[in-house]
Design a protein around this ligand. Structure first.
Ligand SMILES: [Zn+2]
Length: 244
């Protein structure tokens, strides 16, 4: 095993895929390495005529074609075009195989979760079940998903969804009878709509028109948003931004 637990042949494979883009442009590849980023991402350093590329180690054992397309998409970002990520890459990240293999590592790197749906006063599973019962969610939306409370209360982020890892974390702030059940369900619903979207590569606008239309199907969504703004300790400005 080489640096950071990645096999040397994989660093070489990454180097080869980066070189395909770099060489025709007269750019030399100073380094290409898999790195233990928490999120599925990439970074680069590009001094004059040279590039060092760092890819998330979640991709270290990806099949050739998904890895090639990942580098291709990343290259587009690095050099000023909007990245286009190929279908083989997207399908690989969306596969149960990828999620089941990589999520344990992601969970290890997530410091602020309890690994549990049961809180002090509420269970996230109960909210999910109510949403299923009302027909707002379907089984396929929550397939292969890990739900957890956050360990510490988070006011700037009441809910969080990793579409890559299919993990939903709900802020401990919501684990209180003082917060209306409607608001709790609304936060869980919001994050589950992101699960329904599924992985979209480096998506900068997750709250698009289709997403917002989905939110509006929640009975009493307006009241639920009002409930969130009235949570003790919550600043009004934050309430609008607190659902990611
Ligand atoms: Zn969101």
């Amino acid at each position: 095993m080489g640096r950071g637990g990645t096999a040397p042949k994989d660093d070489q494979r990454l180097m080869d895929y980066v070189s395909v883009h770099a060489e025709p442009r007269g750019i030399s590849v100073a380094g290409a390495r898999f790195s233990p980023f928490k999120e599925l991402s990439f970074r680069w350093k590009a001094p004059l005529n040279s590039v060092s590329f760092y890819a998330s180690d979640y991709m270290a054992d990806a099949p050739d074609e998904p890895l090639r397309q990942f580098v291709q998409g990343a290259w587009g970002y690095m050099y000023g075009r909007r990245g286009r990520f190929g279908e083989a890459y997207v399908n690989y990240i969306r596969s149960d195989e990828f999620v089941l293999k990589k999520r344990p590592l992601y969970i290890n790197r997530s410091r602020n979760i309890t690994y549990n749906t049961a809180g002090a006063e509420r269970d996230i599973c109960d909210a999910v079940q109510r949403l299923l019962d009302h027909g707002l969610l379907h089984d396929s939306d929550i397939d292969n998903t890990f739900f957890s409370w956050t360990a510490k209360p988070n006011y700037t982020r009441l809910g969080y969804c990793s579409q890559v890892m299919r993990l939903v974390a709900i802020s401990r702030v919501m684990d209180s009878g003082r917060v209306p059940e409607r608001a709790f369900d609304y936060v869980v619903y919001h994050e589950c709509l992101h699960l329904r979207q599924g992985y979209r590569p480096f998506d900068s606008r997750p709250h698009d028109a289709e997403f917002r239309a989905g939110l509006r199907l929640f009975p009493g969504w307006r009241e639920a948003e009002g409930d969130l703004a009235r949570i003790p300790g919550m600043r009004r400005r934050d309430a609008a931004e607190a659902l990611r």
